[in-house]
Design a protein around this ligand. Structure first.
Ligand SMILES: Cc1ncc(COP(=O)(O)O)c(C=O)c1O
Length: 394
């Protein structure tokens, strides 16, 4: 039999030649500030569990109790037999948290973005997308077959120039942006974009994956941070990051949610979330909203860590979140930097294309509200040593 997959060998060779081959690292512990890999302890600086809620005893207890009552799997899609009172409660809780009329759950944030974007717009429409938007937004735009206009990162002037060009077009238009960018940690100018959406008659969608739990007094994200809860009609978010569980959602008007429930394929043809994830999210959202001290402590750590990195002389990209990117440049020195961090007791892998643009490889450090001062000091010491190695290798 001829090997119809022989072409893959060349592809793999090419990936390896570019220093872009990916391997898995197995953690032997939960997402805690300290983890164990191959029997060795490391400070974890790459988890999206920004508030440490994956290991919060009340969240774990809620998940266990839900499994005992509802079992391990939901057994069906939402529209057949996979809807429970917990699904409804979580959707109502998300709507309350995001101050919208309604909300709808997906199995992941990825499915929420791809399904919703590709259903709201089609081949006759136009979508305006920030050049650094998450892959799930990009894939949603591509799946829609709409004309895609990419605007420069965070640049509302550039966005407006594209909108002006299309001013006389009667096509449906959607502007979509991350609130906090996943690899850069910076913040989109949401009020300015909302103004443009109003001015040019566009739908406006944001992705609150990395802002939920971190931004806003109640931790509800970018719309709360900017005080524009009533100005963003399509708010997407995930339950997999600060919420510490699994799932994605869209929050918005009842009309929007009814439409999604009836039309979006990644909602309709997908098994619904299990009870353990739902119960964990319900408890976690309460903690996010009613225990702001976790968020306040996280922000103290963020500011201290950023200053520490800058004092060392590293290039810290201008983030406004728990995602703190340290720019290195090419892939190989970034891999070396990550290796040196690991040798010095810190685990945070190198981020390379396609996750970031060519020549913009980085260490994407993320902080958790469970990190201690001592761990932050130790992490900074590891960055200092690794930076020294980087300079001597040049
Ligand atoms: C900005 C952004 N949007 C969407 C997603 C997808 O969310 P999920 O992991 O829940 O599928 C991610 C996850 O990496 C993300 O960073």
């Amino acid at each position: 039999m001829t090997d119809s997959l022989s072409w893959i060998e060349n592809e793999l060779k090419d990936i390896k030649n570019k220093d872009l081959f990916r391997i898995l690292t197995e953690l032997e512990t939960a997402q805690s500030p300290e983890i164990i890999i191959e029997g060795k302890k490391y400070i974890l600086l790459s988890s999206n569990s920004y508030l440490g809620l994956t290991i919060e005893p009340r969240v774990i207890k809620a998940a266990i109790e839900a499994i005992e009552r509802y079992g391990t799997g939901s057994g069906g899609s939402r529209l057949v037999s996979g809807s429970t009172d917990l699904h409804r409660q979580l959707e109502e809780r998300i709507a309350q948290f995001k101050k919208t009329e309604s909300a709808i759950l997906f199995s992941t944030g990825y499915l929420a973005n791809t399904g919703t974007i590709s259903t709201l717009i089609g081949k006759d429409d136009i979508v305006y997308s920030d050049e650094l938007n998450h892959a799930s937004i990009i894939d949603g735009c591509r799946l829609s077959k709409a004309e895609i206009r990419i605007y420069k990162h965070l640049d509302s002037n550039h966005l407006e120039s594209l909108l002006v060009n299309d001013k006389n077009s009667k096509r449906k238009k959607l502007i979509v942006t991350d609130t906090v960018f996943s690899m850069d940690g910076d913040l989109a100018p949401l009020p300015e974009i909302a103004d443009l959406a109003d001015k040019y008659g566009c739908m406006f969608m944001i992705d609150e994956a990395h802002s939920t739990g971190v931004l806003g007094k109640r931790g509800s994200g970018g719309t709360e941070h900017f005080g524009i809860e009533q100005r963003v009609p399509i708010v997407m978010g995930t339950l997999s990051k600060a919420v510490g569980s699994l799932g994605g959602y869209i929050a918005g008007s009842k009309k929007l949610i009814d439409f999604i429930r009836n039309r979006v394929r990644s909602y309709i043809f997908d098994t619904s979330l299990p009870a353990s994830s739902l119960a964990a999210s319900l408890t976690a959202i309460d903690i996010i909203e009613y225990e702001p001290e976790r968020r306040e402590y996280l922000w103290t750590l963020i500011n201290r860590f950023k200053k520490g990195l800058e004092d060392i002389g590293l290039t810290v990209l201008p983030s406004h979140s728990a995602v703190i990117p340290v720019l290195i440049g090419q892939a190989q020195p970034t891999l070396d930097f990550a290796k040196s961090l690991r040798e010095n007791g810190v685990y945070t892998p190198a981020v390379r294309p396609p996750s970031v643009p060519e020549g913009m490889c980085r260490i994407r450090a993320t902080l958790m509200a469970k990190h201690t001062d001592k761990q932050i000091e130790k992490a900074l010491e590891a960055f200092k040593k690794s930076y020294k190695n980087l300079l001597t290798d040049k």
